[in-house]
Design a protein. Structure first.
Length: 439
């Protein structure tokens, strides 16, 4: 036997030496289509897939050659039916189902009900429309709402409807993700209200401007809220009302179309705010989150009168889209008296001429800068004059600064020139280290 064949035999023996439970765990990371194919390996592998706790089905990927038309749809339907029929009686931990071309939704209903009967813990269901079935609707089975083992539910569709029972809904659900274009906001509110112990809510989608209404989110147990919404026509207003007395983390990615109302936000610790613009209507939102300790702020336009004081903020991340907004950093430092860590991410596109752009340092030294700031991280540093001037100001005046880390993608200056210039800068902290890292 050749050396190569001996090595292959050893590898095969090592795999076969593993216990069935571990092999099933390994197979659980594969799409179910490939897990089933392992039956051809040997007699031992023939039935291993039937105990795999995670099932992943996707009619676009499992049978890509036959996805269009009834033949491909029937092929996928028969495959899922047979997998669920021949699978053993063990519980299903994760059930992921993505359907685009399957026409007979009664099978989909049956698959979801089977997952519920097998005590599913995490359910990820995507139902897409295609040019073959543009006007279909699917109502979630009632058994899903009363499933006692379900803790994670992810729904992605334009055609799912919700008709939850009046009581006993989602007794164990803690994580809910809803992604939908043109949703019925009333039905989404009703779905959210059916989750008595929900801790993590994620909403992603596009609202239709001609039917959009106020959106109310009131969940007493909610700890993390992520919202990424936009309206399909600019300058159409809608109101977003949030009531979360236990809310700790928020992640908002919004356009300028919404009016915000965030009640009982004293427990907030961390906020990530991404806005295309910052109109005056966002002032209420910024004031509501002013007690956070960690803030990531990304906005194309920002003025000082938009910003409240953030008395507890210890870490601030700012994403810049224009070099003229480097002046905004000093403005933010005025509003963050206890800031310790500053992170700046420059996403400016190098197409404009910034050669004439100058920075005017503040006339009065910031006391907060002298006494609290410990670390500064700058990403996307291109070497423009205004970037170097602001960096110089921070180095000279941050008296207890420990480290400045600069991730460079230089355009306007060479590495040698940059290093030489920084060596000439005075430092307010004798222990401060400056590190340059190429991106």
């Amino acid at each position: 036997m050749s050396l190569v064949l001996k090595r292959r035999a050893k590898v095969k023996d090592r795999i076969n030496a593993l216990p069935d439970a571990l092999l099933c765990h390994i197979l659980s990371f594969l799409p179910t289509k490939y897990a089933v194919r392992t039956t051809i390996l040997s007699r031992r592998w023939k039935n291993l897939w039937t105990s795999v706790p995670n099932l992943y089905f996707n009619d676009r990927k499992d049978f890509p050659s036959f996805q269009a038309g009834p033949y491909g749809s029937n092929l996928f339907t028969r495959f899922v039916d047979r997998v669920l029929y021949f699978r053993d009686s063990s519980d299903i931990k994760k059930f992921r189902l993505s359907v685009t071309y399957t026409d007979d939704l009664s099978h989909v209903d049956g698959w979801l009900c089977t997952a519920v009967r097998r005590n599913v813990v995490e359910l990820d269901f995507e139902l897409c429309q295609s040019h073959y079935n543009q006007y279909r609707e699917f109502e979630l089975p009632q058994s899903l709402f009363t499933c006692r083992t379900l803790t994670v539910l992810k729904l992605s569709s334009n055609c799912i409807t919700y008709a939850p029972p009046t009581s006993g809904c989602f007794p164990s659900l803690k994580f809910l993700y809803v992604a939908v274009h043109y949703p019925d906001t009333d039905s989404i509110e009703k779905l959210i209200s059916c989750c008595p112990i929900l801790e993590n809510l994620n909403i992603d989608g596009i609202l239709r401007c001609d039917v959009v209404s106020d959106i109310h989110i009131s969940v007493p147990t909610l700890k993390t809220l992520s919202i990424n919404l936009s309206v399909d026509r600019q300058y159409h207003d809608y109101n977003l009302f949030i009531n979360g007395p236990k809310l700790e983390n928020i992640d908002f990615k919004q356009d300028l179309s919404s009016n915000y109302s965030l009640e009982h936000s004293k427990s907030l610790v961390k906020a990530n705010i991404v806005l295309k613009e910052v109109p005056c209507r966002v002032v209420a939102l910024l004031e509501a989150i002013s007690n956070v300790k960690y803030l990531s702020l990304s906005a194309e336009r920002l003025k000082e009168w938009y910003l409240p004081v953030f008395p507890n903020l210890s870490q601030l991340k700012v994403v810049l889209y224009d070099s003229c907004y480097w002046e905004m950093l000093v403005m933010l430092l005025r509003k963050t008296p206890n800031l310790e860590d500053l992170i700046v991410e420059d996403r400016t596109i190098c197409q404009r001429d910034y050669s004439k752009l100058r920075w005017n340092p503040p006339k009065f030294l910031l006391v907060y800068l002298r006494s609290h700031l410990k670390t500064i991280t700058i990403r996307g540093f291109k070497g423009r004059e205004i970037e170097r001037e602001v960096s110089k100001y921070l180095l000279e005046n941050a008296k207890i600064l420990k480290k400045m880390t600069i991730y460079t993608s230089l355009v306007h200056i060479t590495e040698k020139e940059l290093y030489k210039e920084f060596l000439m800068f005075q430092r307010g902290s004798v222990t401060c280290q400056v590190e340059f890292i190429k991106m």
